[in-house]
Design a protein around this ligand. Structure first.
Ligand SMILES: [Fe+2]
Ligand SMILES: [Fe+2]
Length: 267
Protein backbone atom coordinates (compact mmCIF):
# COMPACT_ATOMS: atom_id res chain seq x y z
CA UNK A 1 0.00 0.00 0.00
CA UNK A 2 1.25 3.47 -0.84
CA UNK A 3 2.56 5.40 2.10
CA UNK A 4 0.30 8.14 3.41
CA UNK A 5 1.07 10.85 5.92
CA UNK A 6 -1.22 12.21 8.60
CA UNK A 7 -1.07 15.81 9.77
CA UNK A 8 -2.82 17.25 12.81
CA UNK A 9 -3.58 20.96 12.54
CA UNK A 10 -4.49 22.76 15.78
CA UNK A 11 -6.42 26.05 15.76
CA UNK A 12 -5.31 29.24 17.55
CA UNK A 13 -4.01 28.32 21.01
CA UNK A 14 -5.18 31.05 23.40
CA UNK A 15 -3.07 31.92 26.45
CA UNK A 16 -2.30 29.77 29.46
CA UNK A 17 -5.56 27.79 29.26
CA UNK A 18 -4.81 26.89 25.64
CA UNK A 19 -1.26 25.89 26.51
CA UNK A 20 -2.50 23.70 29.38
CA UNK A 21 -5.03 22.00 27.12
CA UNK A 22 -2.34 21.31 24.57
CA UNK A 23 0.12 20.06 27.17
CA UNK A 24 -2.44 17.63 28.58
CA UNK A 25 -4.00 16.40 25.35
CA UNK A 26 -1.56 16.65 22.46
CA UNK A 27 0.65 13.60 22.99
CA UNK A 28 -2.33 11.28 23.40
CA UNK A 29 -4.07 12.77 20.38
CA UNK A 30 -0.95 12.37 18.23
CA UNK A 31 -0.70 8.73 19.26
CA UNK A 32 -4.41 7.96 18.93
CA UNK A 33 -4.72 9.56 15.49
CA UNK A 34 -1.32 8.24 14.31
CA UNK A 35 -0.08 11.74 13.56
CA UNK A 36 3.16 12.19 11.62
CA UNK A 37 3.25 15.98 11.43
CA UNK A 38 1.75 18.66 13.68
CA UNK A 39 0.97 22.29 12.86
CA UNK A 40 -0.27 24.75 15.50
CA UNK A 41 -1.45 28.32 15.01
CA UNK A 42 0.41 30.22 17.73
CA UNK A 43 -0.73 33.81 17.20
CA UNK A 44 -2.54 33.93 20.58
CA UNK A 45 -0.35 31.62 22.62
CA UNK A 46 1.49 34.13 24.82
CA UNK A 47 -0.89 36.29 26.88
CA UNK A 48 -3.58 35.93 24.22
CA UNK A 49 -1.75 38.11 21.69
CA UNK A 50 1.40 37.08 19.88
CA UNK A 51 4.10 34.54 20.61
CA UNK A 52 7.09 34.90 22.93
CA UNK A 53 10.31 32.89 22.91
CA UNK A 54 8.88 30.83 25.76
CA UNK A 55 5.65 30.24 23.87
CA UNK A 56 7.52 29.01 20.82
CA UNK A 57 9.86 26.82 22.88
CA UNK A 58 6.82 25.32 24.63
CA UNK A 59 5.32 24.25 21.30
CA UNK A 60 8.57 22.79 20.02
CA UNK A 61 9.07 20.82 23.20
CA UNK A 62 5.59 19.31 22.78
CA UNK A 63 6.58 17.93 19.38
CA UNK A 64 4.98 20.58 17.18
CA UNK A 65 6.67 20.68 13.75
CA UNK A 66 5.38 23.98 12.40
CA UNK A 67 3.91 27.08 14.03
CA UNK A 68 1.84 29.52 11.97
CA UNK A 69 0.77 33.04 12.92
CA UNK A 70 -1.77 35.75 12.03
CA UNK A 71 -2.78 39.34 12.68
CA UNK A 72 -1.41 39.21 16.25
CA UNK A 73 2.09 38.46 14.97
CA UNK A 74 3.58 41.60 16.57
CA UNK A 75 2.11 41.02 20.06
CA UNK A 76 5.59 40.37 21.47
CA UNK A 77 8.61 42.32 20.22
CA UNK A 78 10.93 39.32 20.47
CA UNK A 79 9.05 37.63 17.63
CA UNK A 80 11.24 39.44 15.08
CA UNK A 81 14.32 37.54 16.25
CA UNK A 82 12.38 34.28 16.43
CA UNK A 83 11.13 34.72 12.87
CA UNK A 84 14.70 35.06 11.65
CA UNK A 85 16.06 32.11 13.67
CA UNK A 86 13.42 29.43 13.73
CA UNK A 87 12.74 27.33 10.61
CA UNK A 88 9.63 25.90 12.29
CA UNK A 89 8.03 29.35 12.61
CA UNK A 90 6.07 30.58 9.59
CA UNK A 91 4.67 34.12 9.35
CA UNK A 92 2.04 35.40 6.93
CA UNK A 93 3.58 35.55 3.45
CA UNK A 94 1.71 38.67 2.35
CA UNK A 95 3.17 41.01 4.97
CA UNK A 96 5.20 43.81 3.33
CA UNK A 97 8.60 43.12 1.77
CA UNK A 98 11.36 43.45 4.36
CA UNK A 99 9.32 41.78 7.14
CA UNK A 100 11.57 39.38 9.11
CA UNK A 101 11.12 35.65 8.63
CA UNK A 102 9.52 33.71 5.82
CA UNK A 103 5.95 33.15 4.60
CA UNK A 104 6.53 29.50 3.88
CA UNK A 105 8.71 26.79 5.39
CA UNK A 106 9.97 23.49 4.09
CA UNK A 107 10.03 20.90 6.87
CA UNK A 108 11.03 17.22 6.91
CA UNK A 109 8.55 14.48 7.82
CA UNK A 110 9.89 10.95 7.56
CA UNK A 111 11.28 10.80 4.04
CA UNK A 112 8.97 13.59 2.83
CA UNK A 113 9.30 17.35 2.65
CA UNK A 114 6.25 19.35 3.69
CA UNK A 115 5.76 23.00 2.76
CA UNK A 116 3.72 25.04 5.23
CA UNK A 117 2.38 28.38 3.98
CA UNK A 118 0.72 31.11 6.06
CA UNK A 119 -1.37 33.91 4.53
CA UNK A 120 -3.53 36.72 5.93
CA UNK A 121 -6.92 37.69 4.55
CA UNK A 122 -7.70 41.33 3.82
CA UNK A 123 -11.46 41.45 4.42
CA UNK A 124 -12.33 42.91 7.89
CA UNK A 125 -8.68 42.52 8.92
CA UNK A 126 -7.63 46.17 9.35
CA UNK A 127 -4.02 45.59 8.35
CA UNK A 128 -3.46 48.20 5.64
CA UNK A 129 -0.06 47.04 4.38
CA UNK A 130 -1.03 43.53 3.29
CA UNK A 131 -0.34 42.35 -0.24
CA UNK A 132 -2.98 40.37 -2.12
CA UNK A 133 -3.08 36.84 -0.62
CA UNK A 134 -4.19 35.33 -3.94
CA UNK A 135 -1.33 36.76 -6.00
CA UNK A 136 1.13 36.09 -3.17
CA UNK A 137 0.06 32.43 -3.07
CA UNK A 138 0.26 32.17 -6.85
CA UNK A 139 3.81 33.52 -6.88
CA UNK A 140 4.90 31.27 -4.00
CA UNK A 141 3.53 28.11 -5.60
CA UNK A 142 5.97 28.20 -8.48
CA UNK A 143 8.85 28.41 -6.03
CA UNK A 144 7.54 25.79 -3.58
CA UNK A 145 6.74 23.23 -6.28
CA UNK A 146 10.44 23.04 -7.13
CA UNK A 147 10.94 21.53 -3.65
CA UNK A 148 7.80 19.51 -2.86
CA UNK A 149 4.26 18.75 -4.05
CA UNK A 150 3.02 18.64 -0.43
CA UNK A 151 1.73 22.13 0.34
CA UNK A 152 -0.32 22.98 3.42
CA UNK A 153 -1.87 26.47 3.62
CA UNK A 154 -3.09 28.20 6.80
CA UNK A 155 -5.26 31.14 5.63
CA UNK A 156 -5.73 33.43 8.61
CA UNK A 157 -8.83 35.35 7.62
CA UNK A 158 -12.21 36.56 8.87
CA UNK A 159 -14.57 36.35 5.90
CA UNK A 160 -15.78 32.89 4.90
CA UNK A 161 -16.15 34.00 1.28
CA UNK A 162 -12.49 35.09 1.12
CA UNK A 163 -11.46 31.71 2.58
CA UNK A 164 -13.60 29.74 0.15
CA UNK A 165 -12.33 31.88 -2.72
CA UNK A 166 -8.66 31.30 -1.89
CA UNK A 167 -9.25 27.57 -1.42
CA UNK A 168 -10.99 27.30 -4.80
CA UNK A 169 -8.28 29.43 -6.41
CA UNK A 170 -5.67 26.97 -5.11
CA UNK A 171 -7.79 23.82 -5.64
CA UNK A 172 -5.76 21.10 -7.32
CA UNK A 173 -2.52 23.02 -6.78
CA UNK A 174 -2.04 22.53 -3.03
CA UNK A 175 -2.70 19.66 -0.62
CA UNK A 176 -4.88 21.55 1.85
CA UNK A 177 -6.21 24.99 2.74
CA UNK A 178 -7.66 25.60 6.17
CA UNK A 179 -8.82 28.79 7.85
CA UNK A 180 -7.83 30.18 11.22
CA UNK A 181 -8.63 33.44 13.08
CA UNK A 182 -12.38 33.26 13.81
CA UNK A 183 -11.76 30.84 16.74
CA UNK A 184 -15.01 29.01 15.89
CA UNK A 185 -14.75 25.68 14.10
CA UNK A 186 -16.83 25.24 10.97
CA UNK A 187 -18.48 22.01 9.86
CA UNK A 188 -17.50 21.97 6.18
CA UNK A 189 -14.38 19.79 6.00
CA UNK A 190 -14.25 18.23 2.54
CA UNK A 191 -12.23 17.63 -0.59
CA UNK A 192 -12.81 20.30 -3.25
CA UNK A 193 -13.48 19.22 -6.89
CA UNK A 194 -9.81 19.17 -7.91
CA UNK A 195 -8.70 17.38 -4.75
CA UNK A 196 -7.55 20.06 -2.30
CA UNK A 197 -8.71 19.40 1.27
CA UNK A 198 -10.53 22.35 2.83
CA UNK A 199 -12.00 23.57 6.12
CA UNK A 200 -13.21 27.17 6.54
CA UNK A 201 -12.01 27.47 10.14
CA UNK A 202 -10.20 25.09 12.46
CA UNK A 203 -11.45 26.81 15.64
CA UNK A 204 -9.48 27.56 18.79
CA UNK A 205 -7.80 25.83 21.68
CA UNK A 206 -8.50 27.47 25.02
CA UNK A 207 -11.19 28.05 27.64
CA UNK A 208 -14.51 26.46 26.74
CA UNK A 209 -16.61 28.96 28.70
CA UNK A 210 -15.31 32.10 27.05
CA UNK A 211 -15.89 34.32 24.04
CA UNK A 212 -13.24 33.25 21.53
CA UNK A 213 -10.92 32.41 24.46
CA UNK A 214 -11.49 35.73 26.24
CA UNK A 215 -13.41 36.26 29.53
CA UNK A 216 -17.05 36.78 28.70
CA UNK A 217 -17.80 39.71 31.08
CA UNK A 218 -15.52 42.24 29.40
CA UNK A 219 -16.72 41.36 25.93
CA UNK A 220 -20.40 41.62 26.89
CA UNK A 221 -19.70 44.91 28.67
CA UNK A 222 -18.05 46.27 25.56
CA UNK A 223 -21.12 45.50 23.48
CA UNK A 224 -23.44 46.94 26.13
CA UNK A 225 -21.58 50.19 26.73
CA UNK A 226 -19.58 50.71 23.55
CA UNK A 227 -16.58 51.45 25.78
CA UNK A 228 -13.27 49.66 25.35
CA UNK A 229 -12.61 46.96 27.91
CA UNK A 230 -9.37 45.11 28.51
CA UNK A 231 -9.47 41.63 27.01
CA UNK A 232 -8.56 39.07 29.66
CA UNK A 233 -7.70 35.52 28.60
CA UNK A 234 -10.28 33.20 30.20
CA UNK A 235 -9.07 30.70 32.80
CA UNK A 236 -10.62 27.90 34.80
CA UNK A 237 -13.18 25.28 33.88
CA UNK A 238 -12.81 22.96 30.95
CA UNK A 239 -10.78 23.67 27.88
CA UNK A 240 -11.38 22.76 24.25
CA UNK A 241 -8.89 21.63 21.68
CA UNK A 242 -10.02 22.26 18.11
CA UNK A 243 -8.20 21.01 15.08
CA UNK A 244 -8.32 18.97 11.94
CA UNK A 245 -6.80 15.72 10.79
CA UNK A 246 -5.51 15.52 7.24
CA UNK A 247 -4.28 12.49 5.33
CA UNK A 248 -2.30 12.82 2.10
CA UNK A 249 0.09 10.86 -0.08
CA UNK A 250 3.69 11.47 -1.15
CA UNK A 251 2.48 13.21 -4.33
CA UNK A 252 0.70 15.80 -2.17
CA UNK A 253 -2.80 14.53 -2.95
CA UNK A 254 -5.22 14.82 -0.06
CA UNK A 255 -7.02 11.59 0.83
CA UNK A 256 -9.14 12.66 3.75
CA UNK A 257 -9.91 15.60 6.00
CA UNK A 258 -11.93 15.60 9.21
CA UNK A 259 -12.44 17.95 12.13
CA UNK A 260 -11.09 17.22 15.61
CA UNK A 261 -12.69 18.48 18.83
CA UNK A 262 -11.64 17.46 22.32
CA UNK A 263 -12.89 18.61 25.68
CA UNK A 264 -9.98 18.76 28.12
CA UNK A 265 -10.62 18.81 31.87
CA UNK A 266 -7.65 20.73 33.21
CA UNK A 267 -5.92 19.43 36.29
FE1 LIG B 1 -6.49 34.02 16.79
FE1 LIG C 1 -6.25 36.28 14.30
Amino acid sequence: MEKTCRALIVGDVVGRCGRQALEQALAELQWELRVDFTVVNGENISGGKGISRRGFAFLRQLGVDAVTLGNHIWGHREVAGLLEQEPGLCRPANLPPGTPGCGWRLLPCGGLQIAVVNLLGRVYMNMPALDCPFRTAQALLAEIRQHTPIILVDFHAEATSEKQALANFLDGRVTAVWGTHTHVQTNDARLLPRGTAYLTDVGMTGARDSILGVETEGVVERYLTGRPQPFVVAQGGDAQLNGLLLEFDAAGRARQIETVQRLVTLH
